[in-house]
Design a binder for this molecule. Structure first.
Ligand SMILES: [Zn+2]
Length: 163
């Protein structure tokens, strides 16, 4: 779970940072600290406290948790879980929205051989100079062409690696 996902779960529960902190007896800054982290440590003391109020996933992602609810729904505890399922769906949608706008370090190999330090285009992995603005192939013909080129590129890579 990322800090952004933690924030999305808190918001889906309708709590401000201050409200959550007050309910579980931690400082607001602890909530803010973990929401800014790239990776939320599930075993950390403050995180454990937050988990008393929020439905935090044990696993690093939210989706498997949701699937387990879907499975339970199929086995007959539908009524209690419907509300939770709706909440998790809302969380997932928010997480998707956050991911769609996330800007990461581009990291493409530059002519100097170093990694590009520009920020990527929102929701993309590369900056505007390294393909972040590209939509990729759009026509069926174009898609076939890139598929074939990729196929040849990887075949060559495998061949070179064996040498
Ligand atoms: Zn770049």
């Amino acid at each position: 779970m990322t800090g952004a996902e933690l924030a999305a779960i808190r918001k889906a529960a309708g709590l401000s940072q201050t409200e959550l902190a007050g309910r579980v007896g931690i400082g607001r800054h602890a909530v803010s600290y973990w929401e800014c982290k790239r990776e939320v440590e599930r075993g950390a003391w403050a995180v454990e406290r937050m988990a008393q109020v929020l439905a935090l996933p044990d696993a690093p992602v939210i989706v498997p948790l949701r699937i387990s609810f879907v499975e339970r729904q199929q086995h007959g505890t539908a009524d209690q879980d419907a509300a939770v399922l709706a909440m998790l769906q809302a969380v997932e949608d928010q997480v998707k929205a956050i991911r769609a706008n996330r800007r990461v370090r581009c990291g493409a190999k530059t002519r100097k051989g170093a990694a590009c330090r520009m920020r990527s285009e929102p929701g993309k992995r590369r900056c505007k100079f390294h393909g972040g603005k590209s939509t990729g192939a759009k026509t069926a013909e174009g898609k076939a062409r890139i598929a074939e080129a990729q196929c040849r590129r990887w075949a060559r890579w495998r061949w070179e690696r064996r040498q």
